[in-house]
Design a protein around this ligand. Sequence first.
Ligand SMILES: [Zn+2]
Length: 366
Amino acid sequence: MKKHLILLFSAALVLAACNAPKAADESASPLDKVLVRDFFPDVANNLPVTEVTRGKFPIIDMHSHDYVENAEQIAQWVKTMDAVGVEHTAIMHCSWIGRPFEEVVELYAPYKDRFRFWCCFDYSDMSEEGIQKACDLLERYHNELGATGVGELGDKGEGDTYARPVEGRDIHIDDPRIQPLIRKAGELKMPISIHIAEPIWMYLPMDDKNDGLPNGVAWHVDTTNCLGYNQLMVTFENAVRENPGTLFIACHYLNMSHDWPRLGALLDKYPNLYVDISARVAESAHTPRATREFLIKYQDRVLFGTDNGFEPEMYHGIFRVLETNDEHFYVPEYNYHWALSGFNLPDEVLKKIYHDNALRILNEYK
Ligand SMILES: [Zn+2]
């Protein structure tokens, strides 16, 4: 009886402690305090964590930029490429990073068997005569400086704002004035790498219905005075359709990784269209089964690319997603609240995406 009373008393004390009034700042639910932008939880599950420090097969990186500050850093980059298994890397010229094209070629010359160079279209003079000069310059870059491809062109609605030496404001890829340049690239067998639009979450309302809100906010596109997502896709499809002799590489899965059937339909329709996977790990690895299915189905039309500096860990993260069956992991650097999972791609698909598709293009498009 006595023991029973003691137990009851203890229980009452515990209850009193649980119900003790809280300080005002502690009264809100954690759900009121945790911000979406901070939501990168520790994974509680006991799951495999696979570190992949070297690609399973040799790699050609078809999308990178002149990220280095000096020749020493190029040497460091080459060491990293050796360590992670990248045979060579495409350095794309563009407005937002790097040095003038001639200087890029000169700086990387000691390692010219490890890098290839893409150059921009020159929009300095948009007259017919000026475009002819730009065609001549493209040919000179190709023949004399070894430019392999054109790009990265970049149109987020305001025209090719990635271009150097001048931006192509209001010049979209189907602009009649630049069609001679696109045909010229085809004649020279220079593939055109182009960044069209942004992932769909950057266009959706920035509210609680936006599934990609944290990164959507960071890269939000205001389309008030420029082309929107679907209008840009029309310009791109016009160019691909009207230039069957030119190969187009749509960077970042054409920013269409939210809609694999739509992207697949374009690939079905246009044999002169490829996509690269660069800088879209998070946008594809939160739907690993659908992405895997897409990559297997279009295994001949997908190219490996990074577009994100040259730190070894950057490569490792991409390998983990492509090669492993790891699931439910967060990568805060990608700035989404999503957990990611690996694709566990079959070897024959990995080989093509890592290397063989790029090699086929580079052999044909020298
Ligand atoms: Zn890029």
